[in-house]
Design a protein around this ligand. Structure first.
Ligand code: TEU
Ligand code: CA
Length: 545
């Protein structure tokens, strides 16, 4: 059993700064805006904030393209604003973790500006350069995640540089010890400032071996993470989350095993990938499959039960809104949003709430490509249209899975633009803000927001939710997710109906118990008999002692 850590019982909240709160009317969310909303997060019970990138950046990928790791983007504020945010968060016992984006820099980073100018630059080997093949073709056929080749030609020096994302995000060469040294120095600079840790962007892709066409999970990956740990994290009481789309339960134990000296946990995406087409990914929707989803969730609960640690999330800034994806954003909005929260927050691991999820924000309903802002979506739109798809057909899919679904402004109130800005927002606010907004949700005791607040408080006060052993039930049931968490003489039973039908569920003897209803989104239930009838999206958790 892993030793208890301060962050085990915390609930985390992800802020996408650009869309959270605009303090000065320029239409872009900013750091003073976040500071002004700390009381909101504190009253929700949040103990940890993950801030998406706030560093200086030309914003080709909304800050995931960094041109100065030790400065703040002027549209977000200043270092003084950041220090104030940190201090104010600390007063409320909220730790702040920063996004560490070190697989690549911006093409405007001084290292790259110098490297691209000459083959003799001292920074040339900070990046990955290859000459064209003899017949003039690209070094190989590796592709960028955002579409098109992963190689861009640099005429000044006659070579290609490698980029797994946009051509404005050149990949760093982690096999160069000077690169690693610079990164560790920069990490220590932030850690000394008092941050609570890092979320590490595409950490599974840093140790690529391009000549063998290896991108994720490359050779030396875990050596580098262990070195990073020795040079920066060791002897500091911080929390780290590595983003790893390639993670399996096996590799997650390497990343997060207690004796490994690597990370606290990873974001793994098997539950997301399970829903995507094997070949076409998210651009070809698949019908929702609860049995498959449960199999993935259970697999991870069992695999990391004795060592390692899970992160728990339905959404983030790259994924569509949870209630639109797994629930019913119209007819059963409150019921399905609270059901999803329950199903996730009683699992073992650290829950991450993505901004707006706590009020049930839904996908955007854009009708024209001009309304989209995301580089990935704009690139994919161009490529799909070139390949013969109509713009309307593409937008129908983008409305389900594009990243901008999660990036529309946070809906604070019924004021214009949802109270996010007094100016013109950088991306359109979802017009449903008059119905779905924080002010209204905080006011109503039965709201999604108040339900999240109760859930988060339960985790903080019940060690069975933090450490209890997981056991799933009804694995083949196509509508209900059911599991228990057990520690010593305490057992929590969680039932969640993922469908808009009423389900009659016969219960096995061991679940026919009486207890305290911890939470429920219809009527509280204290006693489970031979059968239970679960209404559409009904959920409940009972503590039996
Ligand atoms: O995301 C990694 C990543 O692979 C995503 O781009 C994801 O695959 C894609 O959205 C699915 O279609 C991280 C960041 O979270 C993302 O915002 C950045 O764009 C990306 O890295 C590059 O830094
Ligand atoms: Ca602003």
């Amino acid at each position: 059993k892993p030793a208890a850590e301060w962050w085990h019982a915390k609930t985390a909240y992800q802020i996408y700064p650009r869309s959270f709160f605009d303090s000065n009317g320029d239409g872009i969310g900013d750091i003073p805006g976040i500071t002004s909303r700390l009381d909101y997060l504190h009253s929700l019970g949040i103990g940890l904030i993950w801030l998406s990138p706030i560093y200086k950046s030309p914003m080709d990928d909304n800050g995931y393209d960094i041109s100065d790791y030790q400065d703040i983007a002027p549209e977000f504020g200043t270092l003084a604003d950041f220090d104030e945010l940190l201090a104010e968060a600390k007063k409320r016992e909220i730790g702040i973790i920063l996004d560490l984006v070190v697989n690549h820099t911006s093409d405007e980073h001084p290292w790259f500006l110098d490297a691209r100018a000459s083959k003799d630059s001292p920074y040339r080997d900070f990046y990955i350069w290859r000459s064209p093949n003899e017949d003039g073709t690209l070094p190989n056929d590796l592709l960028s995640v955002f579409g098109g080749p992963a190689w861009t030609f640099e005429a000044a020096t006659g070579q290609y540089y490698f980029h797994q994302f946009s051509h404005r995000q050149p990949d760093l060469n982690w096999h160069n010890p000077s690169v690693r040294k610079e990164i560790y120095r920069m990490m220590n600079w932030w850690l000394d400032r008092g941050i609570a840790g890092f979320r590490m962007d595409v950490i599974d892709r840093i140790a690529k071996d391009v000549d063998r066409a290896i991108t994720a999970d490359g050779p030396c990956l875990h050596d580098y993470i262990q070195e990073m740990h020795r040079e920066t994290l060791k002897d500091r009481d911080v929390v780290t989350v590595g983003e790893a789309w390639s993670a399996t339960p096996g590799s997650a134990l390497l990343y997060s095993g207690a004796q490994r000296g690597e990370l606290s946990m990873v974001f793994q995406f098997e539950h997301v990938l399970q829903q995507w087409d094997k070949v076409y990914g998210k651009w070809r929707p698949k019908p929702f499959d609860l049995v498959g989803l449960k199999a993935v969730l259970s697999k991870w609960q069992y695999a990391l039960s004795d060592d390692g640690w899970n992160s728990l999330f339905w959404g983030n800034h790259d994924l569509p809104r949870a209630v639109s994806t797994y629930g019913d954003a119209t007819g059963y909005h409150r019921e399905s949003a609270t059901m999803l929260a329950t199903a996730l927050h009683f699992l073992k691991g650290t829950p991450f709430v993505y901004q707006g999820e706590e009020i049930g924000m839904t996908n955007a309903t854009f009708t024209s490509i001009d309304q989209y802002r995301d580089i990935e979506t704009l690139n994919m739109h161009r490529l799909h249209v070139e390949a013969g798809l109509s713009s309307e057909e593409f937008i129908a899919v983008a409305n389900q899975n594009a990243r901008d679904n999660a990036r529309t402004p946070m809906q604070w109130s019924t004021a214009e633009h949802g109270g996010f800005t007094t100016g013109v927002p950088w991306i359109q606010t979802n017009p449903n803000f008059s119905r779905i907004n924080a002010a209204k949700s905080m006011d109503d005791d039965r709201s999604i927001w108040n339900y999240y607040r109760r859930l988060i408080a339960l985790r903080a006060t019940h060690s069975v939710i933090v450490y209890g052993t997981y056991q799933s039930y009804f694995d083949q049931h196509p509508q209900v997710f059911a599991y228990t968490r057990t520690i010593e003489d305490q057992r929590v039973i969680v039932l969640a109906n993922f469908s808009l039908e009423t389900v009659t569920l016969p219960l096995p003897d061991e679940l026919q118990v009486e207890g305290q209803c911890l939470i429920a989104n219809y009527q509280p239930v204290e006693r489970l008999k031979e059968t239970i009838e679960l209404k559409p999206y009904e959920t409940l958790a009972i503590l039996h002692t």
